[in-house]
Design a protein around this ligand. Sequence first.
Ligand SMILES: [Ca+2]
Ligand SMILES: [Ca+2]
Length: 249
Amino acid sequence: MMRSRIRTHTLEARLEISGVTVQQQRVAFIVSNVAPSVTITQPTAGRSFCTGENVIFRALAGDTDGSVAESGLRWADGAATLGTGSQLAHAFATPGARTVTVTATDNDGATRTDRVNITVSACTNTAPTPGITNPPDAPGSGSDLDVYPSTSDEHGVYLGITLQGTASDAEDGPIPDADMIWTTSRADLQPGGPSSGAQQIGTGRSPSVRLYSSCGYPLYGDHTITLTVTDSAGNSRSMNRMIRVNTVC
Ligand SMILES: [Ca+2]
Ligand SMILES: [Ca+2]
C-alpha cells in the first residue's frame, strides 16, 4: 500500500529592458515525492506465538529521495497502534489470527505499508527461546553487521563468520544442537542448495559459515540470517539478524 505526495513549484522568467519589464511568464510544475520502502523482516509470515509471549517485530525502511525517522515507523494490529520504531516487542493478551502492519512515513509525508500475518494461541507447552549473540543486535541501524571483507574464493567475495546462538525451553531445558537450524535469505548468493529463497547454512550453537556478496543493485550482499529452534513438542521459534556483506564493484 503506497501513498505519494506531490509538491507544486512556480518558476518565473522576466525580461527587462532599461529597468522596464517587457515580458513576464510563470510556469507551474509538479515534483513528485518518491514513497519510502518498508519490509517486515521479523517475524516471518505464518508464525504462531503464545498469549503473553513477547513477539519481536522488526522492519527495514528506506527512502530514495528523503528519509524515514524511527518515529516514522508505526506498527498496528488492525486499528490499534502497537508502537513506533524499527524494532518493537509486543505481547498479545488474547488468542486469534492477527495481521500486523507497519507504515513508514517519509520526511515529505508519503507512506508505504507492509504487513505480516501471525497466529496467537493459548499454549500449554511453551515454545523454546532462541537467542543470537553473534552478531549482536544493532536496533535502529540498517544492518546488525555491515562489513567489507577482503576474503574470496572460487564463488566470490565472502565474509567468514562464526555465528553464535542459544536455545532453551521451559519443558526441555537446553535445545540439542541438531534442532538449532541457521538459514540465510540469500540462497541466490550461496554455492549449492536452491538458487533462490532461503538456504540452510549451519546447525548448532556456533556454526562457522561463509556469506557471499554480489555487485547486483539493490540487494548487494544483504543476508537475513535466521536461527530457528524447535522443542520436543514441535514448537519452534526464530530470530533474525541482518548482515550486509559489501563488495567493491
Ligand atoms: Ca520520499
Ligand atoms: Ca516447550
